[in-house]
Design a binder for this molecule. Structure first.
Ligand code: 4AD
Ligand code: MG
Length: 482
């Protein structure tokens, strides 16, 4: 007798007829003391188990309730019901864990429609729901595709530290890491906290990006990428921001910004194509969910495309590449700007672009993914390469429909003197980053890279609307439950 996952067994289909099999999973429903719908998480589809109730004692059957965990030993038979080729006729049943129906009633395991908010409140149980399990499997496939893409293209995976002393983005949005007793902080002579007595003998924080360390690695290994958790203490309670998210950061020696954008476009298309090719059942489900969700929205907010069309659209079209300056011109003249519809009106060059502006360009003006480049130096991080105009830097952002910024990257400032000046201008501590400056002293080269927020990509590919629904246990302002 072979133990099968439900996905494996269903994909064998009629080739498995008459085989004696063992399956294990959680009961989704048990109808008429006869039909169990079983799911083990391996895929979107449930396996139907047929119970000949005269064959089992009633006490056992009573324990088979929604959410309980069981093992079935049985024989594969042709299914008479619609929607499935095969089913399993049970010979033996084992109950691992019973679930009390009164308790189940209170949870999202109760088989009916629950809001995504309710699912979030029971995040420890939502892996059992069709929607969240589909998102998790797609997320898994995307992570795999990311490693596969870089691996087949000659990149080395490097692990950068999670605890660091530096603020890679220079934005001051960090969580401090300490083992001080916070109620009894050691003070120095000036009455300030004495970090020299802390665990690392300095002030440390959770990393906001592995980029600076990845740059050091690229200066020896050539092509590298990081893929790990990053932390931002920015107080933005939006559907696109997490305080803890997973970032992928490739870094390549001898690349300029054009090459960097080429890489970003090719990489995104590869990952999306991978999911289209490998996650059909889950995408079918998510597409239906997406279409139903659109129907409930007011007409002007509805997506014209279904999920598959959205994905195909990105795969087929070349991303538009446009300078920040050109984008500002378009935005200035745009209808929403003229009519005062933007929350942040665009009136002059140098303004930081908000998500509403990014989405206008992508969804209304160009109707295709857009890559903006050459941003004002003042609104971007210190490490970006200064252009000859001395006003702009070789930065790029990839903007996606429904998401806004999905990737942020740049060509790096490889000239030591210019980098030093930029750090001075932007108030970045040279002492802390002595080692980063060193990478510009011993065979410095032009190089470039970018960061992709994994959750933003998962959002796009699954058609979900809130970033809290694409990561198992979201960390957001005022929320670190579970
Ligand atoms: O644009 P960001 O801040 O760039 C960096 O961190 C660079 N060091 C990347 C690099 O060049 N190596 O962040 C990069 C991406 C964003 O485009 C977005 O997808 C994601 O990370 N991101 C977030 N995702 C979820 N929640 C947040 N709070 C995010 N902040 C950034
Ligand atoms: Mg950015």
């Amino acid at each position: 007798m072979k133990v099968y996952s439900i996905k494996e067994l269903l994909s064998k289909g009629k080739n498995a007829l008459h085989e004696e099999v063992i399956v294990k999973g959680w009961v989704r429903s048990f109808r008429s003391n006869q039909f169990i719908s079983l799911n083990d998480g391996s895929g979107q589809n449930n396996l139907q188990i047929i119970i000949n109730y005269s064959q089992f004692d009633t006490n056992t059957l009573k324990l088979i309730t929604t959410a309980s965990a069981i093992r079935v030993d049985g024989v594969v038979a042709e299914s008479k019901g619609a929607g499935q080729e095969i089913e399993v006729v049970a010979n033996k049943l084992k109950i691992y864990g019973h679930a009390n129906p009164d308790d189940v009633q209170e949870t999202i395991l109760q088989p009916k429609r629950h809001s995504l908010e309710k699912l979030r409140e029971q995040a420890h149980l939502r892996f059992r729901t069709n929607t969240f399990a589909a998102v998790m499997r797609v997320r898994n496939s995307l992570s795999f595709a990311i490693h596969q893409y870089f691996n087949t293209n000659g990149f080395f995976y490097v692990n950068t530290p999670i605890i660091t002393g530096s603020d890679a983005e220079g934005a001051g949005e960090m969580f401090t890491v300490t083992n001080f007793d916070l109620d009894n902080l050691p003070k120095n002579e000036e009455g300030k906290t004495d970090y020299s007595r802390d665990f690392f003998a300095k002030k440390t924080n959770l990393t906001v990006s592995g980029q600076l360390e990845a740059e050091a690695a690229a200066m020896g290994l050539g092509k590298v990428y990081t893929f790990g958790p990053t932390f931002r203490a920015e107080n933005s309670n939006t559907t696109r921001h997490l305080a803890e998210f997973w970032m992928v950061e490739p870094e390549v020696a001898f690349y300029d910004l054009e090459k960097d954008i080429d890489l970003a476009e090719d990489f995104l298309k590869y990952c999306i194509q991978y999911v289209v090719d490998n996650c059909k059942d889950d995408l079918d489900f998510l597409n239906k969910r997406f279409e139903e969700e659109q129907k409930q929205k007011p007409k002007e907010e509805r997506s014209e495309q279904n999920l598959y069309e959205k994905l195909e659209f990105v795969l087929k079209n070349k991303f538009i590449r446009l300078s920040y300056t050109e984008a500002i011109d378009i935005l200035k003249k745009s209808k929403p700007n003229q009519k005062g519809k933007f929350k942040y009106p665009i009136d002059e060059w140098g303004a930081d672009l908000q998500s509403e502006h990014e989405r206008y360009l992508v969804e209304k003006h160009f109707k295709t993914p857009v890559v903006l480049f050459d941003y004002p130096a003042k609104i971007k991080a210190f490490y970006m390469r200064l252009n000859d105009d001395r006003k702009t830097v070789r930065a790029m952002d990839v903007l996606f429909p429904g998401i806004g910024e999905i990737i942020g990257g740049s060509q790096r400032e490889e000239r030591l003197d210019v980098l030093r000046q930029k750090m001075k201008d932007l108030n970045v501590d040279e002492k802390e980053l002595w080692w980063y400056l060193d990478t510009r002293k011993f065979g410095t080269v032009p190089h470039a890279g970018f960061g992709l927020g994994l959750e933003r990509l998962v959002l796009f590919v699954t058609g979900m609307g809130n970033i809290r629904d694409v990561i198992p246990f979201p960390r957001t302002p005022n929320n670190a439950e579970f």
